[in-house]
Design a protein around this ligand. Sequence first.
Ligand code: AGP
Length: 372
Amino acid sequence: SAAEKGGYDYFMLKEIAEQPQAIADTLLGRLSERGDIVLDEVRLTDQDLRDVDKVFIVACGTSYHAGMVAKYAIEHWVRIPCEVELASEFRYRDPILDRSTLMIVISQSGETMDTLMALRHAKEQKARVLAICNTNGSTIPRESDAVLYTHGGPEIAVASTKAFVTQLVACYLIGLHLAQIRGVMYADEVAAVVSRLRRTPDNLRELLTRMEDVRELARDLKTASTILFIGRHVGFPVALEGALKLKELAYMHAEGFAAGELKHGPIALIDKGTPVVCVVPSPAGRGVLRDKVVSNIQEVRARGARTIVIAEEGDDEVAAYADHLILVPRTPTLLAPLMTAVPLQILACEIAAARGHDVDQPRNLAKSVTVE
Ligand code: AGP
């Protein structure tokens, strides 16, 4: 009913709007006054976590995209090798796991069969399993050694939105926690990231107030035959996520690419007017990365693409290469997906609605996929 949807046309729009609160709730109680990270529900001892020499992150769909972002954060902060893999592929390739492997499984529902099977396989190999899950008491956290619950609240729409951003937060917390107890980050470095994380709910609230342009753009793009998404570093999983949302909701062809891979093939797809959504990294810190994406934007534009550019506020230079510019609040590079993924959720939702689809219940899909 309309009341259940809180006045929104779709659960998905309600859940998109709930994201700032969902992030705040997931951070709540996990941070001490000093900005230290407290993960009480993690039943692995600090010593267990110090012994870890390799991390595997395993998940499906949107949760897998959160895991891809986590890999960048964990390797950068913790300095231990981290692999991320689709659950449906994981156990069939005989992965190398042992007692000092930390396997992180990510699942909103906690019931995804592919992920559960990967978890069981890892446990048989004696790996320690830590679940990130949004559903209390579901199978995946029950079978794991430890769980960090995301406090996103029930997610009704088939397309995952608030679960995704809370999974990112959980991954950041785990990364910082590992870095802290292993002594690879100083307390003040951790505290600096934490204080930026604490600001993201307000940043996102502000971003959500100015999405009218994205809605207009959606009406414009609803007849496109394909939409391409490009990004680098953590912008790459965001590009994949943007494309997945569009496929599942709008039933349109969409692809996400690592921007640097364009010249190795996909650039041949660009035709006059092909919409390309470009996720631009922050110019601060790793300016090199941003400049590389900007040249990728110029390359697709030179071949006729219509560019939809998602960039950080204050990055005035990118405007010159954007047919449509979406600015997001300034955020440190690793945390940026908390901002950049959101306009893509809205874009997919609005395109699907404009095409007359049932946004909350897309065809052929179920909220929780309990078959392998
Ligand atoms: C996301 O929009 C999808 N509906 C889907 O990819 C989902 O993320 C995937 O099935 C994993 O679900 P889980 O997080 O409940 O395990």
